[in-house]
Each structure stands twice: as structure tokens, then as C-alpha cells.
Design a protein around this ligand. Structure first.
Ligand code: MOS
Length: 746
């Protein structure tokens, strides 16, 4: 097969990456209109359901190796300090302690994850590896650190006041916003604030490292095994193929687990020095102090519009509370990209604070920014007296408003229409009531990327027993990517998805697969898997053609059988594969680039129905209608479960989740799950979920991403529903009973 190197661009959570990729010729036929696609598009249970529910699934924290050492990190209790005394020798003298690393120590070619100048409560100072967790804890206790405590910044306002930015603030201008704003017939000014939301992945950040003469193996709970590999290789001066990263099963990451993290770097360095395997697992409190958060933000919007509700200009400012790390998340992207608007000024200030490093969190920036702007837009609708869905339709854009480029597909208008039908939007005013319980209904639009792109490689093999394997260089962070890969191979091979084994989460098996992030994963890998499976199909049918003396073009694979299209031949596929002995048929596939000159985006609309108890201030989300355009849906069961998860996580954001920082010490007071409230099954509303997108005509297989879209509009729709119910708008999330009662003047 001829292959060539191609340079492509991919948009990952708003950042454009340029990548070189090896692209092979692909003769896989597209699905024909109306032809069966099964099981693609039919609900398929997770192939890992049994392993996950019976406990046999092996997560990073479960990896136990002979001679395994347990590592524990000493973390700063102070928001800002200098370590003035630290007794590393005392820790080394503790029985069972095998290795201690202090500030500045770590991999030779990377900055140390350990510091004697901790800039947030939870910053890592030292790490102890010992025979048992108790011995490691005793070693940490023996370090007896002393600190000089320094002043700190724990609010966005204080950080802004000090003009202390993680990166320079940016300004983006389109058209002439000043002139347009002063000429506008109607203006609306609106401010919104959101708190830090903590990821709380069920599986904490964790690594197990095993440094051997012949190479290093790291089990890592990571959303990106290949990024993890290059980070480790660079840090230790190794070649990438001397490093093997394994992530067999994973309990979520939500954006906080790109790469290998300090856990991986420290476990590897400890293993190198101690010549023993080392396990380093964050406690739940460490998770919420040091492993990332969705950035708190303050957003101000000034909207200028015509009397009939057309956007003329928007000036928007976002101050983002970055903590000590992260990247300026695209909080103002919804202003820039969702609607037609000729004039803009967008200012973003990423403020440094003495809090842990922020991390991407499921639609980072865009979810918070949607919460603000979609509510500001409703305020405009109210002012000009237009229905909220109508004002969204009115400002719909056919092309990307920034570049003018067309979209490969855009099902947003269809999503509005279908969501309104499913929610009973027409009757929403009749819901409200005037008793103690009031109801409301609110809408919001969803915009995100999710094109996927190269590089992504897959291999499919089939042997004697006709139980195929699919090998992909990705990791399944819990979303069901591996099941989707089985479904895609199943369609080409005519063998049920449940009989297909998917190998993933191991850099030693195959070349690069996508990271699990940016809603890129399935959209990247799907065409590669289908291409590999098609190649195997072609080989099987070629062998069958010789065997049965029927032209390969008259044969097909279905239900484990080789069939002739005229129905005269039906033989089990093992008639062919059974002759393979110990050989196998294999095929490889790769992901080609996306079309030039076009934007690939996902779109959607959600409508939330809520009830407020005006006596207690409690808000209940009763129903969420979620209608999204994600192109072709590979596995509707998996897709629905993604939507449920996104909606629930957004309900947490809108109603209950909030990191609380003690203003007198700068430390987080609710870092544990006992005092940081996340939604549970009791908070799950009725979720009505539909997909309106046709397969994207410009992408092979027509698949776009889904990881992030469902979380994006929910909180905004809840905010709009609350305003509809109460006739009062709340400016700050989460909408706790206290804030609701205050807004009601109770
Ligand atoms: Mo993400 S925030 O693409 O895991």
C-alpha cells in the first residue's frame, strides 16, 4: 500500500495544532444512501460492561507487581510559602522507606514536580516511596517541614488588581464595535460569575512505574497514552520506544488527565532510583487540591442589537481564575462563533492565583462562556420582546462568522425545531404557576469543535476461529470508544460486535491513536477502523471467491456467514478462516485529513424544565431535552449515555458544585467528597435525547464528536429556565437555595 506524509491542522478545544501524518490510500466504500449500516447506528451494549461491573477490569490503581513500593507525597498546607526546613535524612531512616525525593529532584531532563516554594496549598514538596503505605506515611511525617508563610491571592479580583497574569491578557476585535454599540437601537449589559468546578473523576490520578534495564513501563490513568510516552521519554532522555505506557481501563478524566502528570514522572524517577516498581495514587483530597479544576470566571457582556433582535455588536470581558497553571480557556468563544454578529471586542484576562493549576474540564471555557452569553442573549430577547428560540434563529449563521468559511454540516436549525417540539416549548408560559412551586423552561444553543483528525491508525486481524481483534493506539477513558470500534469493525466483517476483541491502551501494540479529549476520539479513529476492517473483508471475500468459485463482488459477509448476493450460498466464515491454521489475515487503516477551507463543528440545542420551591429555594431540574448534531451516530446507546453524563455534570455546575476557598488562609475548605457536593442518581432528571445530524458529507464515515457537546448548553438552559420561573435573574452559579432565596428577597 502506498503511503504519504501529509501536513494537517486539527482544532483541539479551540487550539489549532499542526500535525504530520502518514496517510494511506483508502478504497473503503462509503455507506450508500439508505443501505443497511448495521450494527452502526444500532444500540450496542458496552463490550467492557461485564469486566467493569464484576470488578475484573484492571485500572492503574489495581496494578500490583512483585516488590511494589507505595509512594506518598508531602504537600504544602499553605497557599504561599517557602520551605525553611525539611529533614530528608530522617525520612530515609524510617524503616521500610526505600527512596525519598526532595525539592528540585526529579527526572534529569524535566523540571522537578517538587518545590521548596509552594505557590498553593497542595503543591508537592517531597515524595517518599516505601514497602507499605504506612511506612511511606511515616516517612512523610519524619520530613517535619517548617515554612515561612507568605501572602497570597485567592480571588480573581485581587489577582486582577495586582495585574498578575498567567499569560498576557488578549483582545480580539471584529469590525468596529465602538461605533456599532453607540449606534445600536437596543443595548443590554449583563454580568455573570461561575465558580471553580472540581473534576472528581471516579478513578484518581495514578501511575505505576517499573524501570528495568531494557526499558520503562508506566501504567498511567491517562487520556493520552502517546503524549504520556513522549513526556516520559523526554524527561528521562529515553527514546519513545524504550517507554511503554499502559492504560487498560480508566475511571474518567474529564480533561484533567492529558499526559502522564507529576504522578508518572515521580513514580518513574522513584523506580529508577529504587530499582523497584513504584505506585503513586492521589487521595481524593489531593485530587481536588492539585489535579485541576474548571476555572472560575467573571464575564461581562454589552450587547448592541436592532429593535427586532439582530445582534449588531458585542463587547465582552472574561476574567479567568487560572490558579498556577492551565491555558486561557476559550470563555468568549460562544460570543465569537455561535451567532452572526459583525462587530466584536473580546477581552480575556487569565489571572494567576495561589490555587492549584487549572486543567481542561469537559468543554473548558466554552461551557462557562455559554452559561454567561446564552443568558445575556435571553436578556436581550426579553428586552426586545422576542421568544428566546426565535432570537436564536434570527441570529443564526450559515458560515463561521469569524473566517467566513462554510461548515461541513450544521444541523442547528433542525435542533431548535425538534427540541421545541419535544419540550412542548409553545406551552411553556402555562407551566409557571403562582403558588409556592414555580416552574420554568429555558433554552440554550450548543457549539463545539469535534472534527477529529489524523494521525490515527488501526489494525484488524482475524484468525482460524473468526473472532476478530481490533487494535487501536488510543485509550478508553470510560466513554465507550472501544465498543464503538467493535461496532465499526462488525459492520464490515459481518461478525457481532460482542465477538470482537478490542486492544487499546498500550503504546507497544500499534502507532498513534487520538487522545481522549476535545470530542476528537471516535471522529478520529472511526474511519481508520473501518478501513482496516474493510481490508480484512476484502481478503476474506477474495479467498471465498476462489473457494466457492463465485466472483468476490457477488459475495458479502453477514451474521458470521459468507453469502452470495443471489442467496444461493451461505457458508460460515470459518469455512475460509478455518484453513488459516496459526496464521491470520490482517488489515491496517489510517485516518485521512479533514477537508481544506471548511469548519467542522458540532451543534445542538437543549431545553431545561425546572421547578423552584420558593419556600426553601431548592431548584429541581425536571426534564432536559437534548438535541444535538454530531453527524453519524455509531452507537446510540453509548451516545445516550454520554448525553446523560454531560447533562448531569452540568446540573452539578448549575445547582451545587463550588470550590470554597477560605479567604483568611487561601486554602480549599471542601476538597473532599464529603463536603464538595456532586450530583448523584437522585438528581438525574428525565433526559430526552435525540440526534438530528445527518452523516457529515465531508468526513469519511460522517462521524463527529460527542464527548463535550452535551455538557455545554445545559447550565445555561437551567439559568434561563430559572429566570423564566421567577422573573428574576440570578447572576452567579451555582444556584443554591441561599442564592435563590436572596434573589427572591426572602
Ligand atoms: Mo476534554 S476537557 O477534551 O477531556
Amino acid at each position: 500500500m502506498t503511503a504519504k506524509l501529509v501536513k494537517t491542522e486539527a482544532v483541539v478545544e479551540g487550539r489549532t495544532e499542526v500535525r504530520w501524518t502518514l496517510v494511506e490510500e483508502d478504497d473503503t466504500p462509503e455507506f450508500e444512501d439508505g443501505a443497511p449500516t448495521r450494527p452502526v447506528g444500532e444500540p450496542t451494549p458496552r463490550i467492557s460492561a461485564r469486566a467493569r461491573t464484576t470488578g475484573s477490569a484492571r485500572y492503574t490503581v489495581d496494578v500490583a507487581l512483585p516488590g511494589l513500593l507505595e509512594a506518598v507525597v508531602l504537600r504544602s498546607p499553605h497557599a504561599n510559602a517557602r520551605v525553611t526546613s525539611l529533614d530528608l535524612d530522617a525520612a530515609r531512616a524510617v524503616p521500610g522507606v526505600r527512596c525519598v525525593l526532595g525539592p528540585g529532584e526529579g527526572p534529569e531532563h524535566a523540571g522537578s514536580p517538587l518545590t521548596d516554594a509552594p505557590a498553593f496549598a497542595g503543591a508537592a514538596i517531597a515524595v517518599v516511596a516505601a514497602d507499605t503505605p504506612d511506612a511511606a506515611e511515616a516517612g512523610v511525617a519524619a520530613l517535619a517541614p517548617e515554612y515561612e508563610v507568605l501572602g497570597f491571592v485567592s480571588t480573581i479580583d485581587d489577582g486582577f488588581e495586582k495585574q498578575d497574569f498567567l499569560e498576557e491578557p488578549t483582545e480580539h476585535v471584529r469590525g468596529d464595535p465602538d461605533a456599532a454599540l453607540s449606534a445600536a437601537e437596543v443595548t443590554v449589559e449583563a454580568s455573570y460569575a461561575v465558580p471553580a468546578q472540581l473534576h472528581n473523576s471516579l478513578e484518581p490520578h495514578a501511575a505505576v512505574a517499573d524501570w528495568r534495564e531494557d526499558g520503562l513501563t508506566v501504567w498511567s490513568s491517562t487520556q493520552a497514552i502517546f503524549d504520556a510516552r513522549s513526556t516520559i521519554a523526554d524527561a528521562f532522555g529515553l527514546e519513545p520506544d524504550q517507554v511503554r505506557i499502559i492504560c487498560e481501563f480508566m475511571g474518567g478524566g474529564f480533561g484533567s488527565k492529558f499526559g502522564v502528570g507529576p504522578q508518572g514522572l515521580l513514580a518513574a524517577e522513584l523506580s529508577r532510583r529504587a530499582r523497584r516498581p513504584v505506585r503513586l495514587v492521589n487521595s481524593r483530597r489531593e485530587e481536588n487540591l492539585a489535579a485541576g479544576f474548571r476555572t472560575p470566571a467573571k464575564m461581562d457582556y454589552t450587547i448592541g442589537a436592532s429593535r427586532d433582535g439582530r445582534l449588531e455588536a458585542v463587547e465582552a470581558t472574561a476574567m479567568i481564575g487560572m490558579g498556577t497553571g492551565g491555558w486561557p480557556f476559550p470563555v468568549l468563544e460562544p460570543v465569537k462563533s455561535v451567532y452572526a454578529c459583525p462587530n466584536l471586542r473580546l477581552m480575556t484576562a487569565p489571572v494567576r492565583m495561589n490555587l492549584g493549576p487549572s486543567a481542561a474540564f469537559r468543554a473548558p471555557g466554552v461551557m462557562e462562556g455559554t452559561f454567561g452569553f446564552e443568558q445575556a442573549l435571553d436578556e436581550l430577547a426579553e428586552k426586545v420582546g422576542i421568544d428566546p428560540i426565535e432570537i436564536r434563529r434570527l441570529n443564526h449563521t450559515e458560515n463561521d462568522p469569524e473566517s467566513g468559511k462554510p461548515y461541513t454540516s450544521k444541523g442547528l436549525l433542525k435542533a431548535y425545531e425538534r427540541a421545541a417540539e419535544l419540550a412542548g416549548w409553545e406551552g411553556r408560559d402555562g407551566l409557571r404557576g403562582d403558588g409556592r412551586v414555580r416552574r420554568g423552561m429555558g433554552v440554550a444553543s450548543q457549539y463545539w469543535w469535534g472534527a477529529g483528525g489524523p494521525p490515527a491508525y488501526a489494525e484488524v486481524r482475524i484468525g482460524k476461529s473468526a473472532r476478530p481483534t481490533v487494535t487501536v493506539g488510543l485509550q478508553d477513558l470510560g466513554t465507550g470508544t472501544m465498543t464503538a470500534c467493535a461496532v465499526i469493525a462488525s459492520e464490515r466483517l459481518g461478525i457481532p460486535a460482542g465477538e470482537i476483541t478490542v486492544h487499546a491502551g498500550d503504546t507497544s501494540r500499534i502507532g498513534h491513536g487520538p487522545a481522549s479529549g476535545g470530542s476528537m476520539t471516535l471522529a478520529s479513529i472511526a474511519p481508520a477502523v473501518r478501513m482496516a476492517a474493510h481490508s480484512v473483508r476484502t481478503d476474506i471475500l477474495g479467498l471465498a471467491a476462489d473457494m466457492f468459485e463465485i466472483a468476490a463482488s457477488d459475495l458479502t459477509l453477514e451474521d458470521g456467514e459468507i453469502r452470495s448476493v443471489d442467496g444461493t450460498l451461505r457458508e460460515p466464515v470459518t469455512e475460509v478462516t478455518g484453513k488459516l491454521g496459526n496464521a491470520w489475515i490482517s488489515g491496517s487503516g489510517s485516518r485521512g485529513p479533514n477537508p481544506d477551507g471548511m469548519n467542522v463543528n458540532t451543534f445542538g440545542c437543549q431545553i431545561a424544565q425546572i421547578a423552584v420551591d420558593t419556600g426553601t429555594g431548592a431548584v429541581t431540574v425536571e426534564r432536559v431535552v437534548a438535541v444535538h448534531d454530531i453527524g453519524r451516530v455509531v452507537n446510540p446507546m453509548g451516545a445516550r449515555s454520554q448525553v446523560m453524563g454531560g447533562v448531569l455534570q452540568a446540573i452539578g455546575f448549575a445547582l451545587m458544585e463550588e470550590r470554597v476557598v477560605d479567604p483568611t488562609t487561601g486554602t480549599v475548605v471542601n476538597a473532599g467528597l464529603e463536603d464538595y457536593k456532586v450530583p448523584t442518581i437522585a438528581d438525574v432528571p428525565e433526559v430526552v435525547c435525540e440526534f438530528v445530524g445527518d452523516p457529515d458529507p465531508h468526513l469519511r464515515m460522517g462521524v463527529k464528536g460527542l464527548g463535550e457537546p452535551p455538557i455545554i448548553p445545559t447550565a445555561a438552559a437551567i439559568g434561563n429556565a430559572l429566570a423564566h420561573a421567577l422573573g428574576v435573574r440570578l447572576r452567579e452559579a451555582p444556584y443554591t437555595p441561599r442564592r435563590v432565596l436572596e434573589a427572591l428577597g426572602a
